[in-house]
Design a protein around this ligand. Sequence first.
Ligand SMILES: C[S@@+](CC[C@H](N)C(=O)[O-])C[C@H]1O[C@@H](n2cnc3c(N)ncnc32)[C@H](O)[C@@H]1O
Length: 235
Amino acid sequence: MPGTGAGMHPASTAESSETTPRQSARRTSFGSLSIQYDDRVLTPRAWTSAQSMWAADVSHLGPPGRLLELCTGAGHIGLLALSAGSRDGVLVDIDPVACRLARANAEEAGLDDRVEIRHSPIASCLTDDETFAIVIADPPWVPDTQTDRFPGDPLTAIDGGADGVDVARECLRTIDACLHRDGAALLQLGTVPQANLLGDWLSEQGSPDLAVDEMRVFGDRGVLVLLRRPGSDGR
Ligand SMILES: C[S@@+](CC[C@H](N)C(=O)[O-])C[C@H]1O[C@@H](n2cnc3c(N)ncnc32)[C@H](O)[C@@H]1O
């Protein structure tokens, strides 16, 4: 069950040797933020500040409500988006080390009183009645037959299943369960074919009630997809 107050989910507050800072602790600038991370999580990628900035842009015009980030890692994408506005946020990750780093980064950014960190799988991170105005999602997207191309990255952070979009589909189901009818979601994927695959899936009966509104391609680094409810007047 997710926590309801500000701060870390109760299940994640206990420090253990697995989640405490380690020798490989590093720091990088991400937009206006200084972000700590280590070799147990994905290294922050500078280009992904575009996801934060796009989320901040749609957030200015969006309905009232909180921002949700799925697959937050060290928290930098969601925190940078939140720092550009005044919404509260919930950041979710299945990895306890990522959650600890996200909490430290929220504190350092002065956002800890606006941010709740949930240590949870995507599929069970929400309570039944929760609604979010803006959702950011950065799931693993490497097909499972290709993860050995990235030996330095934690498997949980990159393994997207057979076609690379298994976890992205989970994100879209959770987004469908909580997105405000005039809200917006920004999903990060690896390639245009992956975005098209998900777009086709969304047009099938029984799929999440979401549609691709716009796609932005960042060379071979990744793709950002803006999703809204079909017929929404959120623009
Ligand atoms: C591609 S990484 C992105 C992390 C961060 N946004 C970044 O840019 O470095 C994906 C993240 O999703 C998390 N993750 C993978 N499967 C998950 C699941 N089923 N539920 C919640 N988080 C998950 C991983 O632990 C990892 O932190």
